[in-house]
Design a protein. Structure first.
Length: 189
């Protein structure tokens, strides 16, 4: 529980830094917007992608959540209490299966996205919109690793059941660095 509170506080600091990073700071009165925010931070919204997987140690089911925004953030260029944040490639974990070391992707068809968020005067964070990332041809991309022929990491993608993901996703997304500024986005994959 303590780690959740700490994480929520840290996320709030990052979110608020992103909201104000492009606003000029005079040193007086500019911080009034945050005066009513909860000291323990604010939880970011999420949705549940799956809740049917079982923990191997406890046997308890757990949730795979869509809410991993934070690979990059930037303030909205004209609306002071809004910001954009980018997800990474989606839920995954280290895994070794029949085809060697790789990653398990419990939601293999996950589409990375940019979220538009608003922060209320009391610190409540609301997701306003999702912008799904697409290929130049308009098809949704995935977070699966590219093949080694396309500069991939050599990771073998596995489904949650341990079977390899056999789809060839030649425009996959595994972003490492991001820059989101003034609604012109550059995402390095």
């Amino acid at each position: 529980m303590i780690s959740r509170i700490w994480l929520a506080g840290m996320v709030s600091v990052v979110v608020l830094s992103g909201c104000f990073s492009q606003a000029p700071f005079s040193g007086k009165g500019d911080t009034q917007f945050v005066d009513g925010f909860p000291k323990q931070g604010s939880a970011l919204p999420y949705s549940v992608l799956r809740d049917d997987l079982k923990d191997g140690k406890s046997g308890q089911t757990f949730e795979i959540r869509n809410g991993g925004f934070g690979s990059a953030m930037t303030a909205h260029p004209s609306i002071r209490n809004q910001f954009y944040a980018l997800t990474d490639r989606g839920p995954n974990a280290n895994y070794t299966g029949d085809y060697g070391k790789g990653k398990t992707f419990p939601v293999a068809d996950y589409t990375p996205r940019i979220g538009l968020f608003a922060v209320s005067e009391v610190g409540q964070v609301t997701l306003l919109n999702n912008i799904l990332l697409k290929r130049p041809d308009g098809q949704l991309i995935s977070g699966l690793p590219n093949t080694s022929a396309l500069g991939g990491t050599g990771e073998t993608p596995y489904h949650a059941n341990g079977q390899p993901v056999l789809e060839d996703d030649s425009k996959a997304y595994n972003a490492q660095t991001h820059k989101l500024t003034q609604l012109n986005w550059m995402i390095t994959v």
